[in-house]
Write a protein that binds this ligand. Sequence first.
Ligand code: C2E
Ligand code: CA
Ligand code: CA
Length: 308
Amino acid sequence: GGQQTMIGTSIGIALYPGDSEEGEDLVRAADTALYRAKEAGRGTFRFFEAQMDVRLQERRMLERDLRQALAAEQLKVHYQPLADCGGGGMVGFEALVRWNHPERGFISPAQFIPLAEECGLIMPLGAWVLRRACADAATWPDDKLVAVNLSPAQFRHADLAKEILAVLRETGLPPHRLELEVTESLLIDDPDRVLSTLMVLKEAGVRISLDDFGTGYSSLSYLQRFPFDKIKIDRSFVSPMEKNADSMSIIRAVIALGKSLRIKITAEGVETEAQLGLLQQEQCDLVQGYLLGKPMAKADLGKMLAAA
Ligand code: C2E
Ligand code: CA
Ligand code: CA
């Protein structure tokens, strides 16, 4: 139909009779190797190795458990303060999902979010976190915003903007109190479509924040093409800032960029008074990190807000 399509190839290889003498097992081994080729960034090949099987089994189990966890509401959303850099007051909270596995204990989102993205569970999981976070935020004082992380995979859903706006209506949270955190990697695949989805949300009053700035492909052209409300400087620049003059220069430059583009800058992973002092000196807008507050359960946040 006149449309251009790009096709890529990943290959998994199993060898007869070394990997198996049975047809079905051979195909399964090749499939396992194919999976690893995709994991290695696609467009490549992998030969089957025995230990791949162990890892795959492990992942399948984790995937099954994650499905159950979602159904059984074993997941929780914790909230970490986002504070004003100068005054220290809380402007809002970032929603961070938590999984307390019945046998394995606490599993980090850095581990299960990528898994959820691969097996398609990120759609229901992301929708669940968003609804939970908006419902919780609707009970907070009305000047506090909630920031929710969105995975690139969620943008493959055609009606993402409509869905988010429906959640806002249903939970009664005004759009300007929701901030969506997206990463640069999101803007690589299909920037036009993603930017138009973000624009619909932004026009409805939702704020858009560029997360982990500096770690991805950091193309400054995105800053020109999309009016982000905030940029979050990644922790990997903030942690070494006291000792490393280069990371300090980068932070200073990003803050200056933010000022001239009228985009607010948040520094992530602030752990020491010395870091906070330097950020205040540079007139950074917002800070987040263990120094200001760790992610906490909804009940603890409720107590903190009641005491304030
Ligand atoms: P992120 O969005 O960059 O979130 C900040 C992470 O840094 C959180 O880890 C937070 O606990 C941690 N952190 C905050 N302050 C400090 C600090 O001062 N020092 C140190 N060392 N760490 C700090 P967490 O909760 O383990 O989340 C890891 C990542 O998982 C997040 O990184 C985000 O990319 C992803 N994630 C978490 N929840 C969700 C979610 O609901 N949806 C999606 N799509 N991704 C999520
Ligand atoms: Ca984030
Ligand atoms: Ca981040």
